[in-house]
Design a protein around this ligand. Structure first.
Ligand code: ADP
Ligand code: 5GP
Length: 208
């Protein structure tokens, strides 16, 4: 029995492109109770990506309509394409007590921090710039120019590290995944209950 109250928590994984956010997020979704927030984007699907699972793939018009209707918790333009986090499904899940995971880039994470400061902000970083270059090249989804653009953006992103609650260096994947899981457990172990509530729960069954 857990005596602490457990409201749903919003976990935000963020950091430079190629840091391993997607890889870590996938493992967390497989191995914990967290549910993924499916973003909306105007970019085209990559091979194997499914509409409604990895992203909602929409055109510019549908994206703009959602902005007008105040449907996003945050939205940003990344390398010429739009990305946004639909607000409704997140709030519904948090109210039900379900934890939600966001995998978003930094501009978006900072907007979420403004609107929802009680979120848990986790910055993911590879062990070095050289390793990041290697991983981006290995992933093979971007041209050499696009890789250089992502690398040069990394240093400006690191300047915002102090806006985050946690820094996880993604060297050995297994260790990084364990660290994120430890953060989730620690966040749920924070005291959220009042002494009165705790005494009431703790002494249940003792009344004569
Ligand atoms: P992001 O979502 O942050 O852009 P990805 O999850 O796509 O990053 O990871 C970038 C590349 O690095 C992928 O090819 C992925 O398989 C690889 N990768 C991720 N984590 C590690 C790790 N700990 N060690 C080695 N390669 C990794
Ligand atoms: P990709 O096109 O490689 O899937 O994602 C590019 C970048 O956009 C990644 O850094 C990813 O974390 C980020 N991203 C994905 N969804 C969202 C979102 O809803 N909002 C913001 N701001 N960034 C997102």
């Amino acid at each position: 029995m857990n005596l602490n109250k457990h409201p749903g928590k919003l976990f935000i994984i963020s950091g430079p492109s190629g840091a391993g956010k997607g890889t870590i997020a996938k493992r967390i979704l497989e191995e914990t109770e967290l549910e993924f927030s499916v973003s909306m984007t105007t970019r085209s699907p990559r091979e194997g990506e499914i509409d409604g699972v990895h992203y909602y793939f929409v055109d510019e018009e549908a994206f703009l309509k959602n902005i007008e209707e105040d449907g996003f918790l945050e939205h940003a333009e990344v390398y010429g394409k739009r990305y946004g986090t639909p607000k409704g499904p997140i709030l519904e899940r948090l109210e039900k007590g379900t934890d939600v995971l966001l995998d978003i880039e930094m501009q978006g994470a900072l907007q979420v921090k403004e609107k929802y400061p009680e979120g848990v902000f986790i910055f993911i970083l590879p062990p070095s710039m050289a390793e990041l270059r290697k991983r981006l090249t290995g992933r093979g989804t971007e041209s050499p120019e696009a890789i250089e653009m992502r690398l040069s953006k990394t240093l400006s992103e690191i300047e915002y590290v102090d806006k985050y609650d946690y820094l996880v260096v993604n060297g050995v994947l297994e260790e990084a995944v364990n660290r994120v899981k430890a953060i989730i457990i620690a966040e749920h172990s924070k005291v959220t209950v009042t002494p009165e509530e705790l005494i009431r729960e703790y002494t249940k069954g003792e009344e004569k």
